[in-house]
Ligand binder design. Structure first.
Ligand code: GLU
Length: 424
């Protein structure tokens, strides 16, 4: 590869530049003035912390962590914290801005934030993870809180991580403050239905999209990339609803069954063997081959930049339902549009998680907890309405769904900023 090509790929794969490209397309269509554009695209606050941690072997190690609060115009910053070796400030910045737009698309009263710690959880013990989490929390403690910024799980963090953050924050405040984070265990102030929420949201919008194609779930062949919290849960819920999950793709390979995989059996197989491969109810196939199978719904639910200018022309799905944040690069958008792929953009498709996070925050603050049916009914109402808002706007303005989702979000955030005015 020449240096020039590498450089342009670097640019294409930089999530912050991707977020900017989508932002400007929507801002142009809305005719947003320059001043507001500057305010909306600049993250309000970016915190970098270096976290000293005593390791199990007695060594002292320092990890770098970030928390970016992109906007608090519509309410407290809201968004997950991820642990990964390749976390960068640009990535966290992009993810924080996507949270602002995501919360605005589903119209919940939050701004957007995101956090990340550069570390590789594969090589860390529970004790080391706990110490990293507690010290990271202590370093950003003045900047989080139920009314300020409310973290949640993201890649490689889970309800245990949230319980540690909640405990550390509460110890400093000398009182138990459950609403400081969401995605907690149900018996510690968590919400019923939160673990399933992102996957359930994907199911709900996929169902709505199918209706536009005049198709029933039983006729829909689905390929899912990722079998974790988002992909695994979406697979499970979609299979229960009658969708035919023909392939699941993981980091070590893919499994395929044209008649539909038995998802519950596949989950058990992975639990027993540690991998989805060599499953009796399907055949192993190449990951690339699986990604570009002819299907009705392709659901990337793993990481960023999986569809890009080098492979988007190979997509053979009618509907792309973005379970992950940023799975498609800005350059791939046009290629998918030219292929008439119906895109349900990430800031809509995966908003089920933060929506139930909102429900969790509401329940914590009221000290009154809902049953799962109520959570799911309210989630469905929000996801279906938001899908209709986005596709309705796309139809009226003759723009792609992604641009429409950004337009809806930008307009709502800009409205809040205009009404509040600029404090000087
Ligand atoms: N990390 C999830 C997301 O990207 C959930 C965020 C939240 O619940 O605050 O949407």
């Amino acid at each position: 590869m020449t240096a020039e090509v590498t450089h342009s790929l670097d640019k294409e794969f930089n999530p912050w530049l991707a977020a900017e490209a989508r932002f400007h397309t929507a801002a142009d269509t809305l005719g947003l003035d320059d001043g507001l554009r500057k305010v909306l695209r600049s993250p309000a606050r970016e915190i970098t912390v270096n976290i000293p941690v005593g390791m199990d072997d007695g060594r002292l190690e320092v990890f770098t962590g970030y928390r970016v609060q992109h906007s608090i115009a519509r309410g407290p910053a809201k968004g997950g914290i991820r642990y990964a070796p390749d976390v960068t400030l640009d990535e966290v910045r992009a993810l924080a801005s996507w949270m602002t737009w995501k919360c605005a698309v589903v119209n919940i009263p939050f701004g957007g934030g995101k956090g990340g710690v550069i570390c590789n959880p594969v090589y860390l013990s529970q004790g080391e993870l706990e110490r990293i989490t507690r010290r990271y929390t202590a370093e950003i403690i003045e900047f989080i809180g139920p009314e300020v910024d409310v973290p949640a799980p993201d890649m490689n963090t889970n309800e245990q991580t949230m319980a540690w953050i909640m405990d550390t924050y509460s110890m400093h405040k000398r009182q138990t403050v459950t609403a400081v984070v969401t995605g907690k265990p149900v018996n510690l102030g968590g919400s019923r239905g939160r673990t399933e929420a992102t996957g359930r949201g994907c199911l709900l919008v996929a169902q709505e999209a199918l209706k536009l194609f005049g198709m029933k779930p039983a006729e829909a062949r689905v390929v899912i990339q990722g079998f974790g919290n988002v992909g695994g849960m979406a697979a499970r819920l979609m299979a229960r609803t009658g969708f035919k999950i023909v392939s699941i793709i993981e980091y070590d390979g893919a499994v395929y069954n044209p008649a539909g995989l038995d998802i519950e059996a596949l989950l058990l197989h992975r639990k027993a063997t540690g991998s989805i491969l060599d499953f009796a109810g399907g055949e192993n196939i190449d990951r690339e081959e699986a990604m570009f199978l002819e299907c009705d719904i392709l659901l990337p639910a793993a990481k960023e930049n999986v569809l890009h200018s080098g492979n988007a022309h190979r997509v053979r799905a009618k509907i792309l339902c973005e379970g992950a944040n940023g799975p498609t690069t800005a350059q791939a958008d046009e290629i998918l549009a030219a292929r008439n792929v119906f895109v349900i953009p990430d800031i809509l498709a995966n908003a089920g998680g933060v929506t139930v996070s909102y429900f969790e925050w509401v329940q914590d603050r009221q000290g009154f907890f809902w049953n799962e049916d109520l959570v799911n009914t309210r989630l469905e109402e929000i996801m279906v309405n938001s899908f209709q808002d986005v596709t309705g706007l796309a139809g009226r303005h003759k723009v792609h769904n992604r641009t429409a989702a950004y337009m809806l979000a930008l307009d709502r955030v800009a409205f809040a900023i205009k009404l509040r005015g600029i404090y000087a």
